[in-house]
Ligand binder design. Structure first.
Ligand code: PGA
Length: 251
């Protein structure tokens, strides 16, 4: 499977002009880069303005679980798909923290996104890592997030192992070492085996997220066996994101 490199712009940038300029610069820079799937997940308000290409997909960072109706402020998977998006980040730790998103909510969102035909990028991870035991909280996250998803097309799913303590270098996060990432990725894979079985798990890409950039991406993919990465801060600098996509290829 090609590595999947997903830029997570979070609540950036502040204007639509900047968003369009950044996206166009990235689109130009990743043109003709074969062997890697690159995506930008932007704030909802910019989605219809960013035209995906063969080399750069577009995604959202959240959705609601109903298709439409009296749910003030919500955006549905169908509305996202209709804007030309293919991907959707779900269960990001910042939403779990600031919006009190629970695994039960994430489960409903995941099933709705898959039923609609979107490609979800589900985030799970440990809040601290003093010992391997700290990884146990991922069991509950994956079991709840994936409950009842057996009949859905899980080949569209990617799961991101995001140790919360490694997110956002700008806030003091330090990328995890390739060894820690390898341990986290194989832990996630083992739980997926248990929940979904080997055949289904082998169709699901397992990514790493947390201060990934052009300098460390190759290690995460080729040493830690991540099948891609969720890239926050580094996706806001077009040349840095382009280099991250380039360096995700085997070198
Ligand atoms: P970061 O963000 O690359 O800035 O650490 C990653 C994420 O939160 O998805």
């Amino acid at each position: 499977m090609r590595p999947l490199i997903v830029g997570n712009w979070k609540c950036n940038p502040a204007t639509k002009k900047e968003a369009q300029e950044m996206f166009e610069a990235i689109k130009k820079g990743v043109e003709n880069i074969e062997g890697v799937e690159a995506v930008i997940c932007a704030p909802f308000i910019y989605l219809g303005l960013l035209e995906p290409s063969l080399f750069l997909g577009v995604g959202a960072q959240d959705c609601f679980w109903e298709e439409k109706g009296a749910y003030t402020g919500e955006i549905s998977p169908k509305q996202i798909l209709d804007l030309g998006c293919k991907y959707i980040i779900l269960g990001h730790s910042e939403r779990r923290k600031y919006q009190n998103e629970t695994d039960e909510m994430i489960n409903k969102k995941l099933k709705a996104a898959l039923t609609t035909g979107l490609y979800p990028i589900l985030c799970v991870g440990d809040k601290k890592r003093e010992s391997k035991d700290d990884l146990k909280e991922i069991d509950y996250q994956l079991e709840s997030d994936l409950a009842g998803s057996e009949g859905l097309d899980l080949s569209k799913l990617a799961v991101t192992y995001e140790p919360v303590w490694a997110i956002s270098t700008s806030k003091g996060g330090v990328a995890a070492t390739p060894e820690i990432v390898e341990e986290g990725i194989s832990y996630v894979r083992d739980i997926l085996y248990k929940i979904l079985g080997k055949v289904t798990t082998e169709k699901i890409r397992i990514l790493y997220g947390g201060s990934a950039d052009s300098t460390n991406i190759n290690n995460f993919i080729y040493k830690s066996k991540a099948e891609g990465a969720l890239v926050g801060g580094a996706s806001l600098k077009p040349q840095e994101f382009i280099n991250t996509v380039k360096n995700a290829r085997k070198i």
